[in-house]
Design a protein around this ligand. Structure first.
Ligand SMILES: [Fe+2]
Length: 507
């Protein structure tokens, strides 16, 4: 491209020369002020010949260049100017996109993904890895190593001999233009991965206090080696990324703390009664599976997780004598149990959920509402019930029916299906029910049996190619296809194992 431009630009210069010559002729005329002597007039007549010749040449040159060619040249010049401008702005736009990611990516993993992608584009290199220092274990880890298919997390000792470790320990930039001639480079890594490392640039990442918190490693500069400018850009990027990563780590720690706190709170309720132990966690897991199947957003998923986890928290206000009653509840007792939904709302409303999670108390407290308005405690109808609450409702009922209760045993899977079908349209959101039916059977079983330890991981594999609904069909007597042979018996063995001695299916 550059060659073509030079050649064509040369043509243009030639024509400009001709025009300039003409202009200088005009200029000379002006200087003489029209005082032309006869001798001069004579010499002009002689001089006109080469001028005409040049004008002819110019006209010929212009005619040779058709309008199309001129347009092409103009377009090429514009393109080259734009290309140069883009190259000049690429690092800046990369920095901008990384900073912008701060507003959209709170999670460390997503943030690292954006940073590595943008750095590769920004520095025009083949590969980028961002290593984060894990001071607790004295290691550096990276979740994204581009080009290493199948390898999502790499850990290395901070005290190790790798260039990344050296960069983290010394806090200095390491620029290696020829990896194989540098004693610090370990060629064994390439042998393992099959990748050919030509050159490497490592830049340390610092936090606001100046401590090293990680390392940026870029490899194989496109068409050359990393220069001083690359070092400066990568240091600028590392300075921005350092703050973002530290912020994401802090966010992740807070989220983990909130998650574990709510989980523990939920378990305090479940664990009051050994028979309901694990209920809130299983409902959360079922809900998240359905949410995933229905493509809920990341924010919705968090609301769903916390709401499902805390949905029965209000049971803390229900007397144990009623919760643990061995037998059917009286209407008064049932009314007392029903108060738990409102208590859930009242208690959760006292927690300072952030804006993103503001819906948690309302969603959690709607899990006993029914589509036809006959649920409790607000008697909401249809779409008045938040979608995420409709997801929790299906999960809650499914878990309750497939668990042993004081007043009844674990229900047969075909009976569970009948109840869910009879509740379609009036109790349950049919779309949510269908999303549940479509879940891979192994994932449902894994949650269902998570507390009981009755399912062996290897056995789960047999169920991964059928949906939950297909298992129900098999249990209803449906003809098994070749890959489904034996699944029904295997399921019954797992589902019915170690049930109470007086186990019997209730109507
Ligand atoms: Fe409940």
């Amino acid at each position: 491209m550059a060659k073509g431009y030079t050649a064509k630009a040369g043509k243009k210069s030639a024509s400009e020369d001709v025009v300039l010559s003409d202009k200088s002729q005009e200029s000379n005329k002006g200087k003489n002020g029209g005082e032309q002597h006869a001798s001069c007039a004579h010499s002009m007549t002689i001089a006109e010949e080469p001028v005409r010749g040049r004008e002819d040449a110019l006209r010929k040159l212009e005619s040779d260049l058709s309008k199309r060619e001129i347009a092409l040249i103009e377009r090429e010049i514009k393109f080259l100017s734009l290309q140069q401008e883009i190259d000049r702005l690429r690092p800046l736009s990369g920095l901008y996109r990384v900073v912008k990611a701060m507003a959209t990516e709170r999670k460390l993993e997503s943030l690292l993904d954006v940073i590595t992608r943008e750095t590769t584009t920004m520095l025009k290199c083949d590969r980028c890895s961002v290593f984060v220092l894990d001071t607790h274990h004295g290691e550096l880890w990276t979740q994204v190593a581009q080009g290493l298919e199948g390898t999502r997390t790499i850990r290395m000792a901070l005290a190790g001999t790798s260039i990344v470790s050296l960069c983290a320990r010394t806090g200095r930039v390491i620029n290696i233009p020829d990896a194989y001639s540098d004693p610090r480079f370990d060629a064994e890594v390439d042998k393992t991965t099959g990748y050919r490392t030509n050159n490497i640039l490592c830049v340390p990442m610092h936090n606001r206090n100046g401590a090293v918190i990680g390392v940026f490693e870029v490899m194989n500069k496109e068409g050359g080696t990393f220069n001083d400018e690359d070092e400066e850009w990568l240091q600028a990027l590392a300075a921005v990324a350092g703050g973002l990563i530290e912020q994401a780590q802090a966010y992740s720690e807070i989220e983990h703390f909130v998650d574990k706190t709510l989980e523990t709170l939920a378990q305090t309720i479940d664990k009051r009664d050994p028979l309901t132990a694990g209920h809130s966690i299983r409902v959360t897991k079922y809900s998240l599976l359905i949410g995933e199947n229905m493509a809920v957003s990341e924010d919705e998923r968090d609301v769903l997780r916390y709401s499902a986890m805390m949905h029965d928290y209000g049971k803390i206000g229900v007397p144990e004598a009623i919760l643990w009653k061995n037998g059917r509840l009286t209407p008064e007792e049932y009314a007392c149990v029903q108060t738990h939904a409102k208590i859930t709302y009242d208690l959760l409303s006292n927690l300072p959920f952030t804006n993103r999670l503001a819906q948690v108390p309302f969603v959690a407290s709607c899990h006993h509402e029914k589509l036809d308005g006959t649920g409790y405690y607000r008697n909401l109808k249809g779409h008045e019930i938040p979608f995420l609450a409709r997801v929790i409702t299906v999960s809650d009922v499914f878990d309750a029916l497939t668990s042993v209760r004081h007043y009844r045993n674990r229900m047969s899977i075909t009976k569970v299906y009948e109840i869910m079908e009879s509740g379609r349209e009036n109790h349950f959101d049919p779309e949510v029910v269908d999303a549940f039916y479509g879940l891979p059977c192994d994932r449902v079983l894994k949650v269902m049996e998570s507390e009981r330890g009755q399912v062996i991981p290897q056995e789960l594999g047999a169920f991964q190619n059928i949906s939950w609904l297909r298992l129900v069909e098999l249990c209803q007597g449906g003809r098994a296809k070749p890959h489904e042979e034996g699944l029904k018996d295997l399921f019954y063995r797992v589902y019915n194992a170690n049930l109470p001695a007086d186990y019997q299916e209730l109507d």
